[in-house]
Write a protein that binds this ligand. Structure first.
Ligand code: VGL
Ligand code: ZN
Length: 250
């Protein structure tokens, strides 16, 4: 226990890694050199748009412990998409080994069944995205260099976190909302894994916070448990969350 390194402690705190903040945010926020930095000629509201790439991590890709079927096939599309945005944020599922949602910590409970916890129902998952392991790393082909910041979530032992904005208690913030608000972002585009869980919950929170919210078709795929996909898409309709290809919005 004493052996918990300072590094993992601070990582476990869900550090928001701001890549290039300085006094002049407008000139210096971009965390990379290859993007077109000419905002005056943009054909859409680049200064008001943010892309959120959700949980594109090894454990959610084929070969991972909670693999989304063909989850890796959206990586190249996302690499292209993120070049179009000036503001790109990543979320990273980041669990301790003794996390409340893991089947290994709920003996006798089936994977994908639910338990009752303080904030309501919690799905039981196979252990996944354990911090500082290969499963928690982003897919190797994902061009993470485009990220302005990486938001880690789910690092508290007793609370899961699907959304990039709030943990599953719907109360504990990750900090992403404040980040987007301080940048005066108006539209949030969401892609990544998994459509029916973390993308879904991120979209719901984005919409509730007040952002126009677009989930990018062709850049997200589901885990698909029971009616989860049907319910997710119906929820988008009910809430006024857009679900369509990027070209329809930019
Ligand atoms: C996710 C289940 C558990 C996701 C994360 O990224 O969709 N799903 N943790
Ligand atoms: Zn998780």
């Amino acid at each position: 226990m004493i052996n918990i390194s300072k590094r993992s402690f601070f990582k476990g705190l869900g550090t928001i890694m701001l890549s290039a903040f300085s006094a002049n945010i407008n000139n210096n926020l971009l965390a990379h050199t290859e993007k077109n930095d000419d905002r005056t000629n943009s054909n859409f509201g680049k200064d008001k748009d943010a892309l959120i790439v959700v949980d594109l991590q090894n454990d959610f890709c084929p070969g991972g412990t909670l693999a989304v079927k063909e989850g890796d096939t959206i990586v190249s599309n996302i690499n292209e998409i993120q070049k179009k945005f000036n503001y790109v944020f990543y979320t990273q599922d980041w669990h301790p080994k003794d996390h409340i949602s893991f089947s290994t910590n709920n003996k006798g409970k089936e994977v994908f069944s639910t338990i009752d916890v303080s904030y309501g129902k919690q799905v039981i998952w196979p252990p996944h995205c354990i911090f500082n392991t290969e499963g928690a790393n982003f897919h190797k082909d994902l061009e993470v260099k485009h990220a302005n910041a990486i938001i880690r979530k789910g690092f508290r032992k007793n609370i899961d976190s699907y959304s990039g904005f709030f943990e599953n208690d719907k109360f504990t913030p990750t900090g992403l909302s404040g980040l987007l608000k301080s940048l005066k972002i108006e539209r949030v585009f969401i892609c990544g894994l998994a459509l029916d869980f973390c993308v879904n919950y991120t979209a719901i929170d984005a919409k509730n916070i007040g952002f126009e919210t677009i989930v990018i078709k062709g850049a997200t795929l589901p885990v698909n448990i029971g009616n989860s996909v049907k319910n997710t898409l119906q929820g988008f309709k009910d809430m006024g969350i857009h679900y369509g290809e990027l070209k329809n919005y930019i």
